[in-house]
Design a protein around this ligand. Sequence first.
Ligand SMILES: NC(=O)c1ccc[n+]([C@@H]2O[C@H](COP(=O)([O-])OP(=O)(O)OC[C@H]3O[C@@H](n4cnc5c(N)ncnc54)[C@H](OP(=O)(O)O)[C@@H]3O)[C@@H](O)[C@H]2O)c1
Length: 334
Amino acid sequence: MIERRWRVAAMPEEQLDSSHFELVTAERPEVLDGQVGCRVLWISIDAAQRAWFQGVSYRDALHIGDTMPAFSIGQVVESRSGDFVPGDIVSGHLGWQDYSVVDADELTRIEVKAPLSRYLSVLGITGLTAYFGLFAVGEAKPGETVVVSGAAGATGSLVGQMAKLRGCRVVGICGSTEKQEWLTSKLGFDAAVNYRDENFRAALKQACPDGIDVFFDNVGGTTLDVALSRMAHRGRIVCCGVVSQYDTTTPSRGARGVPGILIGKSITMRGFLYTDYVERSDEAMQALQGWIEEGTLIVAEDILEGLEKAPQGLIGVLNGTNVGKQLIHVADPS
Ligand SMILES: NC(=O)c1ccc[n+]([C@@H]2O[C@H](COP(=O)([O-])OP(=O)(O)OC[C@H]3O[C@@H](n4cnc5c(N)ncnc54)[C@H](OP(=O)(O)O)[C@@H]3O)[C@@H](O)[C@H]2O)c1
């Protein structure tokens, strides 16, 4: 059977565009002992995929010809492992393709209790990242001011809503007036400011008259510089990601005011990976599931139909076209 896959056609030297990917077809690969063949159903688009071209701490750099990697949901079609049977719904790194053959120990079975897309958004890595970043790293407390960058994106939209549920005052930073409006009118943020506006610094100051207690940062760069100058005494900066630095030829030289401002205001600045808290996943899942059932957490998913849209999805996330979690719907389970 012939299957499609997106492979890396060229390494980006400047901004990512469609010429860096090529859709190719090939015979469905054989499943060997200990492996599982899966039909790909849903693909997660993550800003960090742009950083994977160069390589990151947890993943080697990509090369021309590689299948574009991605975290995904799939359905087992053929199994040569005792751990899975055809029909099982699984998550794992299945890539931008119709059909993926992977080692069984790289897959996790999903007991499906929600729409499948949720396992890549709120009930997946995005939800865990938002939950542990805000509560375990940021230690957000009722009454505090929480500011989140990338606020209308997958992680940011959950962080802001969870901070409201904790009783915090929440300010979102995003890149358009439409997103500002969405954050305040639909998600209940107290205020939203646009980092592209000339008066961004003044607007953030006005939105945070008592300073920022927790800054949950998804983007780094100039936004981090500006937020740093508004931090309150004993504030916490949660370094979750650096979207502004993934797709540029002129990366920032690092936040101005580090370490001076950190020292002067006793500020903690801490990076984390959601995997640091993997042993507490059940706690996060219970809380997230509870809020969804109560109807207090709005799950925003931005869905593109068809494997052919995968490059468009990633280029879009890097340019801010997405609202909420960007996903590619490839197929339905049989
Ligand atoms: N630490 C962890 O364990 C972990 C796990 C998962 C993800 N992450 C990180 O979390 C961050 C958010 O990921 P996500 O999947 O939720 O992505 P996302 O927020 O859904 O999408 C990225 C957003 O970044 C904004 N953006 C793009 N370029 C920007 C720039 N130059 N300056 C400011 N904002 C810019 C865009 O919105 P605008 O319209 O507002 O520009 C875009 O929607 C990423 O940095 C990712 O690497 C970390």
